[in-house]
Design a protein around this ligand. Structure first.
Ligand code: HGY
Ligand code: MN
Ligand code: MN
Ligand code: MN
Length: 417
């Protein structure tokens, strides 16, 4: 199973970089916000169109395509020994509101191009190669990040939670999935769980989204405060228990606890703050806030979560509001890449005369959960000023083309092991 002479094989790795850029541009047109921003939320019409676009490209690449009950999409290239555990790669195409067109997409369209690069070079894999388009890596619609990969990695709690989950319009997860053509006569989502040993390795190509190295320990919290509300003019200050100001105080407490952690690696923000009834002259009677806090050190991150909880309890006392919800949506441990996969990626990079360095990802990725079921590694390509989750997100054709070549060569190596 030796691949061709390294030099001739390496020089045969040619990426259709312009074609890849055109596909990225075309995929970005399936969006619910005006260009250059991209908004593509799980199971919406635009998400369904984008999925169809990707499935078509997988078919054109000669991959056999299948989808599971929640819409994880698999494109498979059987190798000489199809019964062996496959080498997998992939990422996501859902996009948070008003974000960019590269986050996740580079790891899906780039993976298809990597397969085309290998096919064009005449390479024949020993192990099957499989591309995975993970359903809903972003937490937008049902509040949980990495929904598809979390299920694939066997999360019983998520399989149960999704049976009862609903979005902000009160559409249940299963109804939303069915509207997109999934979860047909399925009510037990554990059918999505991967069988042990399905993959011998998993590699994800992704834009950097900001520079440092290891895996990330993300946590997200939902908090609701309730007060009596009332007329913004008539109720005197001593008689108020303003839920909005309670939420504002908790948001500032998040920042305080994060900054007090003693490490630059601790981060936190409040990305969602909803006030009810939402009228300028009505004292908020309800406030709903969602908190995202992360660290590369799990203990330090858990310490911040605990302090946020203490602050929420303190605020209910000092402000006389009710804490009607304080729930930890996810509090995930970090994941480390596998030495063997790192070795394959570094060798590939060296053979392609490209420079590389070990990195931490402060963003989480589907790799965080694939690491629970297979040796994992990630290939990051630079992106303009590390910008991401905003329309200015940009990766150059050269960097994407280099990323695709490293991915192609890494997949080739891992498929021969
Ligand atoms: O939030 C994240 O880190 C990822 O982009 N969903
Ligand atoms: Mn993202
Ligand atoms: Mn991403
Ligand atoms: Mn709530």
């Amino acid at each position: 199973y030796a691949i061709h002479e390294p030099h001739s094989f390496l020089s045969s790795l040619s990426v259709d970089a312009q074609g890849l850029q055109n596909q990225i541009d075309e995929l970005s047109s399936f969006s619910d916000s005006p260009a250059p921003s991209v908004t593509r939320i799980l199971y919406t019409d635009k998400d369904v169109l984008a999925r169809r676009y990707v499935k078509n490209l997988m078919g054109l690449a000669g991959l056999s395509v299948r989808e599971d009950a929640v819409g994880n999409i698999f494109g498979r290239w059987d190798g000489d020994e199809p019964e062996l555990a496959a080498v997998a790669t992939g990422s996501h195409i859902d996009a948070i509101p008003y974000s960019g067109k590269y986050d996740g997409v580079v790891g899906v369209l780039g993976a298809i191009e990597a397969i085309n690069v290998l096919k064009r070079s005449g390479f024949k894999p020993r192990r099957p190669l499989e591309i995975i388009l993970f359903t809903s890596e972003e937490p937008t619609r049902f509040g949980i990040g990495c929904l598809g990969s979390r299920l694939l990695s066997g999360s019983e709690s998520l399989a149960d939670a999704l049976n009862k989950a609903a979005d902000s319009q009160n559409i249940s997860f299963l109804d939303a999935a069915r509207s997109a053509g999934y979860a047909k006569d399925v009510d037990d989502l554990s059918s999505v769980f991967l069988k042990k040993g399905t993959y011998s390795a998993f590699v994800e190509l992704h834009i950097e989204q900001g520079p440092i190295l290891e895996a990330e320990a993300p946590a997200s919290l939902k908090v609701d405060f309730e007060g009596n509300g009332g007329h913004a003019g008539a109720v005197l200050m001593p008689n108020r228990n303003d839920a909005g100001l309670a939420a504002a105080e908790l948001a500032l407490a998040v920042e305080k606890h994060v900054l007090e952690s003693g490490s630059i690696d601790t981060v936190g923000t409040v990305g969602i703050l909803v006030l009810h009834p939402g009228a300028i002259n009505s004292i908020p009677s309800k406030a709903h806030i969602e908190i995202d806090t992360r660290d590369i050190d799990e203990k330090r991150r858990n310490n911040v979560v605990e302090k946020i909880h203490q602050s929420a309890l303190r605020i209910t006392k000092t402000r006389g509001v009710k804490l009607s919800e304080f729930s930890i949506i996810n509090q995930d441990p970090p994941a480390l890449s596998s030495e063997a996969v790192i070795e394959a990626m570094q060798t590939a990079t060296r053979e392609l005369n490209l420079s590389s360095k070990l990195m931490i990802s402060r963003a989480y990725h589907d790799s965080l959960f694939m690491a629970r079921v297979s040796p994992m590694g990630m290939i990051f390509i630079p992106c303009y000023k590390g910008y991401s989750h905003k329309p200015e997100e940009f990766a150059s054709i050269e960097d994407m083309s280099n990323g695709v070549k490293v991915l192609a060569l890494t997949l080739a190596k891992l498929s021969l092991q």
